[in-house]
Write a protein that binds this ligand. Structure first.
Ligand code: BGC
Length: 668
């Protein structure tokens, strides 16, 4: 290979929707572009692949990358919602489905899964994550990789996965996207790296370097991360791609110590052209080891070979099952249903499975918005496929219940009260009101950090106004992050947290509202009471002065001139206490479960030997439901301090109930 051809294999070109620059064809023909991203039109992809495979000197096909993050045409719940389902099998099936839909367009590489640990809900990309816990993120990340890559990369319909963003991106200072990341190695290794290690062990084809400056050296040039850990320790054989422009982004953050910065740390450069512009000169000046270049090219070519691209560079869409098929929509519905987390249910107001329900007010900016329910990464989704909550509620209750719909606010950020009186009238004239609040999809995702994570706009006031109508109020929240929802709890008889559930939001939510299904989602991330508590996560270390109910005195209850010695010293906030609003793993159900017969074998742990924990879980309520059994451990004595609890295993189990559930069956 010539030097230009080698650099070509490391060049990932952005094409963009509908844009195919004439010189891209020439670059592919000359072997100067080894990969493209954001072309999803199969005819165009095939044209480029034919040029690469047949008209270029070496005949090397292209990698065709796309962000297939939560579905392709059939949009699934955002990853944070998928995590709330605690169901690796469904996550795997969802990724398999998305891979097949994307592969039919010629995509052979996805920039997913994102397995960054996210403990700061201000960070908009928490939506793309599997939440705060290393074990949960590792298990779900591996499930997604298995789904994308199928039973073997060379089989049709397999697309290469990408473990991103290596590493620590979720710990951006202050939750500001692209911010500095300072993580001691003990936490890098115990918290942020385990999902990536699991991904490497599961055979993920590629890694993406984080945008972040990690401990003073940007991840895109961080020798410790991409060489010492990834290659020397983990023996990762695939290639590492930079993030979008992340190599040139190192320029504003110059690193003085050349020994720490690793040239060609990502083996492939996304969008920017530093390699093309500077590598020849650097090689000639002997400032870059040519073996690094050869290694990087070899790693890319190996993935192309594993994908079978040399045998099948061109895509025949006819060999793939149809996109957005009934089966795919059913899967999206199942995953959405399992992702819904019931946070509050005063007086059993839910399910609305009563013969006495004759009228229902459906209120709010997100009750009937086919676009917003899709969430942050749905570039290939089609809102026309969406079934909204309003539509599904109407379908479920049929003619027997009068449904009045009032949007009341044009977006979640609307500041006027123009639609409020109509909403209040609808609630007054109905037996109950379901209010759909939250965040539109543009408020979470990349570069969508928020300093306040309250419900935006006038939504609180809308809820208060509706509550004054005196009817039971059920709040459903669609959002890309945990919001600080404590202020709504007084006015909401029930709260269902729906994340952005994707194309089948409506049927999934309706099934829970009317008791066709019992809620079974559990929080994959801690919900703070106020934003000032962030970062707040369950697996914290114990402090020397732990907080407790006994130590806590709220700021309003402290007498004037209390001496400094008059309060107990503890790790807490005077105004917000020490506890979250809702803990990781929390979620209510319409039934209850009893655990008994818990056994641990062997009863004393021995290094290197597995421990088996068994429990009998019984459904002791009325209706059928899924329980998510969660196993936590605590390491009591170690050479370094350990978290107060660490998730080590979980299992979703279905347990039959005595009564059939559901609005339809009860009314009928
Ligand atoms: C994001 C990546 C994404 C890439 C390609 C970047 O801005 O950080 O997660 O895969 O764009 O779209």
């Amino acid at each position: 290979m010539t030097l230009a051809e080698k650099i070509g294999q490391l060049t990932l070109v952005n094409v963009g929707p509908g844009v195919l620059p004439g010189d891209l064809r020439a670059a592919v023909r000359a072997g100067k572009a080894g990969a493209v991203l954001d072309v999803v039109d199969v005819a165009t992809v095939n044209e480029l692949q034919r040029i690469a495979a047949h008209d270029s000197r070496l005949g090397i096909p292209l990698l065709v990358g796309r962000d297939v993050i939560h579905g392709f045409k059939t949009v699934l719940p955002i990853p944070l919602g998928q995590a709330a389902a605690w169901n690796p099998e469904l996550v795997q099936q969802g990724a398999r489905m998305a891979a097949l839909e994307a592969a039919a367009s010629g995509v052979n590489w996805t920039f997913a899964p994102m397995i960054d640990i996210a403990r700061d809900p201000r960070w908009g990309r928490i939506a793309e994550s599997f939440g705060e816990d290393p074990h949960l993120a590792a298990v779900l990340g591996v499930a997604a990789i298995r789904g994308f890559q199928g039973d073997g990369l060379s089989l049709p319909g397999a697309i290469a996965a990408c473990a991103k963003h290596f590493v620590g991106y979720g710990a951006s200072e202050g939750g500001r996207d692209y911010g500095y990341v300072g993580i001691p190695e003990v936490d890098l290794r115990n918290v942020y790296m385990p999902p990536f290690r699991a991904a490497a062990d599961a055979g993920v084809a590629t890694f993406m370097a984080a945008f972040s400056d990690v401990n003073g050296v940007p991840a895109s040039g961080n020798r410790f991360l991409t060489r010492t850990v990834l290659r020397d320790e983990w023996r990762f054989p695939g290639f590492v791609v930079s993030d979008w422009d992340s190599i040139v982004d190192m320029v504003p953050a110059p690193v003085a110590n050349d020994k720490a910065r690793s040239p060609l740390s990502p083996g492939m450069e996304m969008v920017s052209t530093t390699y093309r512009d500077h590598l020849p000169g650097l090689l000639a000046a002997k400032r870059v080891d040519p073996r690094l270049l050869d290694d990087a090219v070899r790693n890319v070519l190996r993935v192309k070979m594993q994908l079978g691209l040399f045998e099948r560079p061109v895509t025949d869409p006819a060999v793939y099952p149809g996109v957005a098929s009934a089966a795919n929509l059913a899967l999206a519905r199942e995953l959405a249903t399992q992702s819904l987390v019931l946070l509050q249910n005063r007086n059993g107001v839910l399910p609305l499975a009563s013969k006495r329900l004759h009228s229902l007010a459906v209120i709010g900016p997100l009750a009937d918005d086919a676009y917003e329910q899709l969430g942050t990464w749905a570039p290939d989704g089609d809102p026309a496929l969406s079934r909204t909550p309003l539509q599904a509620i109407r379908e479920t209750v049929g003619a027997r219940v009068t449904v009045q719909h009032v949007r009341a606010m044009s977006t979640t950020r609307t500041m006027t009260t123009a639609g409020f009186s109509e909403a209040v009238a609808a609630a007054s004239g109905s037996d109950a009101a379901v209010v759909f609040l939250g965040e539109e999809s543009i408020l979470s995702g990349e570069s969508r950090s928020r300093a306040s994570i309250d419900l935006p706009g006038n939504q609180m006031d809308l809820l208060r106004a509706v509550k004054r109508a005196g009817k039971p109020v059920i709040v459903v929240i669609l959002a890309g992050r945990p919001l600080t929802i404590e202020p709504i709890l007084a006015d909401a008889d029930a709260v269902l947290y729906a994340w952005h559930p994707g194309v089948m939001a409506g049927p999934a939510i309706a099934d829970i509202l009317f008791g066709v299904e019992s809620p079974s989602g559990k929080l994959p991330v801690t919900f703070p009471r106020v934003v000032g508590q962030v970062p707040l996560y369950y697996a914290h270390r114990n402090m020397g002065k732990p907080a407790s109910q006994a130590s806590f005195l709220h700021i309003d209850d402290i007498a004037a001139r209390t001496p400094q010695t008059g309060l107990k010293n503890a790790s807490q906030y005077l105004d917000a206490g020490y506890a979250p609003l809702y803990e990781f793993g929390y979620g209510l159900s319409y039934t209850s479960y009893a655990y008994s017969g818990i056994s641990v074998e062997p009863s004393r742990a021995r290094a290197g030997l597995p421990i088996t924990v068994r429990a009998v879980v019984k459904n002791v309520g009325q209706v059928a439901g899924d329980e998510v059994a969660q196993l936590y451990v605590r390491d009591l004595v170690g050479s370094v301090t350990r978290p107060v609890r660490e998730l080590k295993g979980f299992q979703r189990i279905h347990l039959a109930g005595r009564k059939p559930g559901g609005f339809v069956s009860i009314v009928d």
